[in-house]
Design a protein around this ligand. Structure first.
Ligand code: DAH
Length: 353
């Protein structure tokens, strides 16, 4: 027994020095300590040993088992350490190397304008409300005082899905939706940004899809003075602190009176230039006092409540602010065009005049 064990120990020393991975180590363990392994063979041999030597043989065998287990444990630790060291060296990163640059996008100029307007109105207590782009004739037109045969519909020809459903031509239906769904029929202060659609031929100033921002304020005792004050704050935020506004009479079916709003030219300060076509004024939005028919159609009592509304095109504002001459630039996703706005922050136009 003793001799056998000594021989096996020599063999083990040889084998263990050739083991390079965990799989081989496990095979080694099975070969010695497994059911049919070398140790099992030695146990088998115990039967042939006479009683006088059995005890000593048993002790030798136990000691041999411990010996193998120790060898196994040490080899395992060594292999694991080696694997870890290898992994660490394989995954080593040279943090002093310059990084590959990531091409980060910029905020789209339309988004910039919309964000700026939203931020301003939210600071004045308005909620930002959105409505569906596939809209019913009822909300897009009828509730806004544009009956089915109303001639003003001609200016807003649309993409119809059925005779009653269409791609909305304006954000004004969000006004009607908000008034309708306000069950308390109390005050409202909202702005509604979103996409709108018209059956238009695309050119430098027209697009079949564009964006609008609608504003609506309903309360008791609201007058044109409130509208004027609000829009003055808006144009000064967008075009600079010295800006003035001018109202011109206009017509929208959902407002009475209706007013076109001009801003004093931010380029020449009002003395006349190419941008303002020598008039000193630039048209920027439509507005008016909410028509009593609209209030009534949405469940509001026109004797108690009045309000103002306005609608503007972020494209037009961005074109004026940033000197963009073709509306199609907004939609073509030309990186070279969009990159120009990388460094522009809101209000930059004001300083550059
Ligand atoms: N919805 C109008 C348009 O698309 C713009 C507009 C004008 C909205 C006057 C208003 C408003 O709320 O009061 O031409």
């Amino acid at each position: 027994m003793k001799e056998n064990i000594e021989k096996l120990k020599e063999q083990i020393q040889l084998e263990i020095s050739n083991i390079t991975n965990l799989k081989q180590l496990m095979d080694f363990k099975v070969a010695y300590l497994g059911k049919k392994g070398k140790v099992a063979e030695l146990i088998e041999q115990m039967k042939t040993i006479d009683n006088a030597h059995k005890k000593e043989a048993g002790m030798l065998l136990n000691e041999f088992k411990n010996y193998i287990n120790d060898i196994f444990d040490n080899a395992k630790i060594k292999l694991e350490e080696e694997a870890l060291t290898k992994q660490l060296s394989d995954e080593w990163i040279d943090i002093t190397l310059p990084s590959t640059s990531i091409n980060a996008g910029t905020t789209h100029p339309l988004t910039k304008v919309i964000d700026e307007i939203e931020e301003l109105f939210v600071s004045m207590g308005y909620d930002v409300v959105e409505g569906p782009e596939i809209e019913s004739d009822l909300y897009n037109f009828e509730k806004l005082n544009l009956a089915k045969d109303h001639p003003a519909r001609d200016m807003q020809d649309s993409f119809y899905i059925t005779s009653e459903m269409l791609l909305r031509t304006q954000t004004s239906p969000v006004q009607a939706r908000t008034m309708d769904s306000n069950l308390e029929k109390g005050p409202i202060r909202i702005i509604c940004p979103g996409k709108v659609y018209r059956k238009d031929d695309d050119d430098m100033t027209h697009s079949h899809q564009f964006t609008q921002i609608e504003g609506l304020l309903i309360d008791e005792g609201i007058s044109i003075a409130h509208l004027k004050g609000t829009l003055e704050i808006l144009v000064r935020k967008l075009f600079g602190n010295d800006r003035e506004i001018r109202f011109r009479p206009s017509y929208f079916p959902f407002t009475e009176p209706s007013l076109e709003v001009d801003v004093s030219c931010f380029k020449c300060g009002g003395s006349g230039c190419q941008l303002c076509k020598q008039t000193g004024w630039i048209e920027i939005l439509g507005s008016g006092m909410v028509h009593p028919n609209v209030l009534e159609a949405c469940g509001y009592d026109p004797k108690k409540y009045s309000g103002f509304a306005f609608g503007m095109g972020p494209e037009r504002i961005a074109m004026l602010k940033y000197g963009i001459n073709d509306i199609r630039h907004f939609y073509t996703n030309n990186i070279n065009f969009l990159d120009n706005f990388d460094r522009l922050e809101s209000g930059d136009m004001n300083e550059s005049k």
